[in-house]
Design a protein around this ligand. Structure first.
Ligand SMILES: [Fe+2]
Length: 599
């Protein structure tokens, strides 16, 4: 187990404590006869983030933080099973050799000392814990639970680790009658469970790649050995479910695009419970997008799966009861490797983007990165009727320079002859995975004339914006307002802006109409919009609140922030002081209490 402990990994200060073992029961209470024992305890060092600055675009910009060692004593422990099998012992020894002697130096993007620095470092689970309302009052419409998903590795990684690799942890703030409780729990995936049971990592990190040919071959051999030894069964899942959540068919799911959804429910006391991996009565195999789209009128949910073998893309939907309908295989998606993270729907169509970011499992097995950029490829956008039985009516449109990751919304105009989509578009896409702080993400409006094939694009802002959100009641219909995180630099989010898309129709180039920056050293995440009157069809689109977790890196404190979406300053109407920090993460979801009660 020593090999899998944090032996090289700088230990974090109490406010940045990391997880290297199952969270309960407390180690100090373990009886001598426990199957677990403390194998080693280390007093290590915390990576202190030193912000350096560099001139870019004429302004001072925070550069990629460089971890250095700041001696803050903190104890971590490594836990192993006494009855660890001989095959496990041998395979773990091989894993040690790979990490200690075979791995070439880790690139910054996959060096856990950098990737997990500051508030990207993981936390332990937290049972439901009361929160203090530190400012204002919680609006009455916030009666339910705000969940935020994100990576939180169960074991401190010793080898290559990418931000996208960590085990999914849900941070849920339950709000009822003006009071709030916070609960943080891992999504109990197959990966999480077998590793927790074993006491060491078993499933390889995919997004980081395998770090060179020799290390890759060695890692594949160890994984094959673990499979033969019965330590893992890939058919039962291998994803971390760390990306997002969705509520449909009266079920709540934690999602990650490399695996099936995991059903989640909430205990009466606000605790998060993983029900299990969900294959929809055997109708969904292997994986599903982390960004399904739910039509607020029909209550249908649309989604897709990607595959390394033809058909590379399968499109499908669930009826209003959450029952999956047959796949529509898309054979005209000609490449198995285009990274497809998100899509959009209108009343009649679904829209997919085939971009220059490539996924190559074979390159990864050969020791390279899973992701690469094919600058010679011309990106395409495919439009298919959303109730199509096959792809015969699908049309593809070439769109040079289109490298979207998040599709925000889409709708139809001109009696259905034109499709409009708003989405993020990555500039300097080569840097997406290796130097994420260098990328610039534009919000763009794309207009596709389905009859003439003419595609036009219009930036909605010059700012570096990601993690977009809209009022969910406007999915698939024309909407006016978008809320976005401000990258400063990516993946850190230093504030929230509100954009008015209608300004683009009168030729205005900058559509940002409201802004809230979190302050020096303070960073948030995806803004999520919660309507003030979700059942009122006549309510203004922006009548509601924008919520997000915000972390202060100067104090180590986190808070839940509620902003008035109508305010030109996105005025903070309530702040909840959280009992424990919430690491930076990915996507969130607000589930109202009446829906929570259906789980
Ligand atoms: Fe996403």
């Amino acid at each position: 187990m020593d090999s899998l402990s944090s032996s090289f990994f700088p230990t974090l200060s109490p406010s940045y404590s990391a997880v290297s073992q199952p969270p309960s029961p407390p180690w100090s209470s373990l009886p001598p006869s426990s199957p677990f024992r403390i194998r080693s305890i280390r007093i290590e060092e915390k990576p202190k983030t030193i912000a350096t600055t560099t001139k870019r675009d004429g302004q001072d910009q925070t550069k990629n933080p460089t971890p250095s060692l700041n001696i803050e004593k903190h104890v971590t422990s490594s836990i192993v099973k006494n009855d660890q099998s001989l095959p496990a012992t041998i395979l773990n020894a091989f894993d040690n050799i790979i990490n200690d002697f075979i791995d070439p130096p880790l690139r910054h993007s996959i060096d856990p000392r950098r990737v997990l620095s500051n508030n990207f470092s993981p936390v332990n689970e937290l049972p439901p814990t009361d929160c203090e309302i530190s400012e204002g009052a919680l609006p009455s419409c916030l009666n339910g639970v705000y969940f935020r998903n994100g990576p939180n590795p169960q074991f401190l990684p010793r080898g290559p680790y990418h931000l996208f690799d960590g085990d999914g942890m849900l941070h849920a703030i339950r709000i009822s009658k003006g009071k709030a409780t916070l609960c943080s729990r891992y999504v109990k995936t197959y990966k999480y469970n077998i590793e927790r049971e074993a006491g060491f990592p078993i499933v390889l990190n995919v997004f980081s790649g395998f770090n060179g040919l020799t290390a890759s071959v060695a890692r594949m051999a160890v994984t094959a050995g673990r499979f033969l030894a019965g330590q893992l069964d890939p058919s039962k899942g291998n994803g971390p479910a760390n990306t997002s959540l969705a509520f449909f068919g009266n079920k709540l799911y934690a999602l990650g695009e490399t695996d099936l959804p995991y059903a989640i429910k909430l205990a009466p006391d606000g605790d998060i419970i993983t029900i299990g991996r969900h294959d929809f009565d055997g109708r969904l195999s292997l994986s599903m997008t982390a960004h399904p789209k739910i039509d607020p009128i029909t209550k249908e949910t649309f989604g897709f799966s990607c595959s390394p073998i033809p058909p590379f893309l399968k499109f499908f939907h669930f009826n209003e009861n959450g029952e999956k309908q047959p796949d529509v295989p898309i054979f005209t998606m000609t490449s198995p490797t285009s990274f497809l993270h998100d899509f959009a729907i209108t009343k009649n169509y679904a829209i997919f983007s085939e971009i220059q970011i490539m996924m190559s499992p074979m390159a990864m097995i050969g020791g390279g990165s899973l992701f690469s950029v094919d600058s010679k490829r011309v990106p395409r956008v495919g439009v298919i009727p959303r109730y199509a039985k096959n792809e015969l009516e699908m049309k593809w449109f070439e769109v040079p320079g289109w490298n979207t990751v998040h599709s925000i919304n889409a709708w139809e105009e001109d009696d259905g002859d034109t499709v409009v989509m708003v989405a993020t578009n990555i500039l300097l896409v080569d840097h997406l995975l290796e130097k994420m702080d260098f990328i610039h993400v534009l919000l763009e409006k794309m207009t596709i004339n389905l009859k003439t094939g003419i595609v036009s694009r219009q930036p909605l802002s010059t700012q570096n914006l990601e993690l977009p959100a809209i009022n969910p009641a406007f999915i698939a219909v024309k909407n006016r307002y978008i809320y976005c995180g401000v990258g400063d630099p990516m993946p850190k989010i230093s504030g929230v802006v509100k954009l008015d898309v209608s300004l683009s129709e009168v030729g205005q180039e900058e559509c940002v109409v409201a802004c809230r920056m979190f302050g020096p050293g303070c960073f948030g995440g995806e803004p999520f919009f919660v309507a003030n009157e979700p059942e009122n069809p006549d309510a203004d689109e922006d009548d509601g609140y924008v919520v997000s977790y915000v972390h202060n890196e100067n104090t180590g404190d986190s808070r839940f922030v509620v902003m008035d979406a109508k305010s030109p300053t996105l005025k903070i109407v309530c702040e909840v002081k959280l009992p424990r920090r919430v690491p930076y993460g990915f996507h969130g979801l607000f589930v109202k209490e009446s829906d929570i009660n259906k789980l």
